[in-house]
Write a protein that binds this ligand. Structure first.
Ligand code: FES
Ligand code: FES
Length: 198
């Protein structure tokens, strides 16, 4: 079957999708977007988290057919999504087909933060991505894409989260490296910076 959906704000289609295929598989293997990670493929670890119509889901548990006509945001589109949310679609995202990240741009996307030493300007990161780097919350990075998507969604709805809010929002995301404290620091940092801007 053919699946038509919006990925990172742009209309896309995937052909020859079979009924049991997961959204995670379609994103990684058909769309060429490997940012969402497949660790457990059982809904346990959250490393495959994407937003489906705005809601964080484990994409390994979503049948690709269920994504028909719906809007997906992956970690590759997170920076544009955050920017559009702030600039052009306050309170929403850049889903809908008119703006967003092209598939080619999403495939090429790499985290290249602003280098404060050389002054070199890299790809612009979303505030939560920058906070993860600044707080040292990334080790092997396998869990990071899912955590970023989940944390960004939480900050969208809860700009000044308590620690309990953060723990609740990230409770479905497992990390085997960091012990979570740096991840919590990163989300606190992003929230504090968000507060400063307002
Ligand atoms: S890969 Fe989907 S929850 Fe682990
Ligand atoms: S699993 Fe390695 S950084 Fe989280």
């Amino acid at each position: 079957m053919r699946v038509n959906f919006t990925v990172n704000g742009r209309k896309q289609e995937a052909d020859d999708v079979w009924e049991g295929e997961s959204l995670l598989y379609v994103l990684r293997e058909r769309m060429g977007l490997p940012g969402s990670k497949n660790a457990c493929e059982q809904g346990e670890c959250g490393s495959c988290t994407v937003r489906l119509d705005g809601v964080p889901v484990c994409s390994c548990l979503v049948a690709a057919g269920q994504a028909e006509g719906r809007e997906i945001v992956t970690v590759e589109g997170l920076a544009d999504y955050a920017k559009h949310r702030d600039d052009e679609h306050p309170g929403g995202g850049c889903a809908g087909g008119g703006c967003g990240t092209s598939l080619d741009a999403a495939k090429r996307w790499q985290a290249m933060p602003h280098d404060s030493q050389s002054g070199e300007q890299g790809t612009e990161l979303s505030p939560i991505q920058q906070a993860f780097i600044d707080a040292g919350a990334v080790q092997c990075g396998f869990c990071t894409p899912g955590l970023l998507v989940a944390a960004d969604e939480m900050l969208e709805h809860t700009p000044s989260p308590t620690d309990a809010d953060i723990r609740e929002a990230l409770s479905g995301n497992l990390c085997r490296c960091t012990g979570y404290e740096k991840i919590l620091d990163a989300v606190r940092l992003a929230a504090a910076r968000q507060d400063e801007v307002v």
